[in-house]
Ligand binder design. Sequence first.
Ligand code: ATP
Ligand code: MG
Length: 238
Amino acid sequence: MTLLELKDISYKVTGKEILSGLSLSIGTGEVHALLGTNGTGKSTLAYLVMGCEGYRPSSGEIMFAGELINSLKIHERAKLGITMAWQEPVRFEGIAVRDYLVLKDKNIDPAHYLEMVGLHSELYLHRMVDKSLSGGERKRIELASILALSPKLAILDEPDSGIDMLSTQDIVNVISAFKNNSASVLLITHREEIVLIADKASQICNGRVVCSGDPEKVAEYYKARKCLVCDGEVCAYV
Ligand SMILES: Nc1ncnc2c1ncn2[C@@H]1O[C@H](COP(=O)(O)OP(=O)(O)OP(=O)(O)O)[C@@H](O)[C@H]1O
Ligand SMILES: [Mg+2]
């Protein structure tokens, strides 16, 4: 069953078209990898699905569980079960890891979610969420907090890059944890080896899907044509 369906999405800001006629769908329980080089529109797509302030499609439809959600606000989408790990995470400072994990639901077992992301609960539950945690530890704790929300759809914006980089094996483990929790995942990345974890993959270039389907094939396509050369509105490789 389709959980998320993007139909012919375009997004313009100050006259610039960042996404152009983009269509993509994610099934229930499916991990869909979105591959693309810097500046191709991956995070913009994530903000549109999450419903961040100012991010509404200029045209096209965002359907979630059969419902048109274009005009829903971020908190309304969160209630439907959409959640996101930001590329540059917004972080809670100065609360204990245990409290951070039970922010939404006091009845969950925070230790369980820490173990799911490979952290020993006895070492971390009492730590504070602050700069004393390493980047990788903070990233894992953030992913644990998203798991603890039991989302229907988790959007993970480049969990494999940046200062808080996780290894490929860490990502595999985290994705398995989401799968075991029956969540669908939109996994944004620009590393082709990460794509192989997914059930399905799409490559975007210049705000368009240029290749979609079997992750291995999409990864190969991406390796061969990173679409670094885009000629104005039309990708040279379409
Ligand atoms: N508010 C805005 N005004 C003008 N241009 C914007 C705006 N927001 C995004 N862009 C541009 O849209 C393009 C896509 O940005 P986006 O952040 O979605 O890329 P990305 O694929 O996530 O890249 P990265 O891999 O570097 O994270 C970029 O060229 C960016 O500069
Ligand atoms: Mg990005």
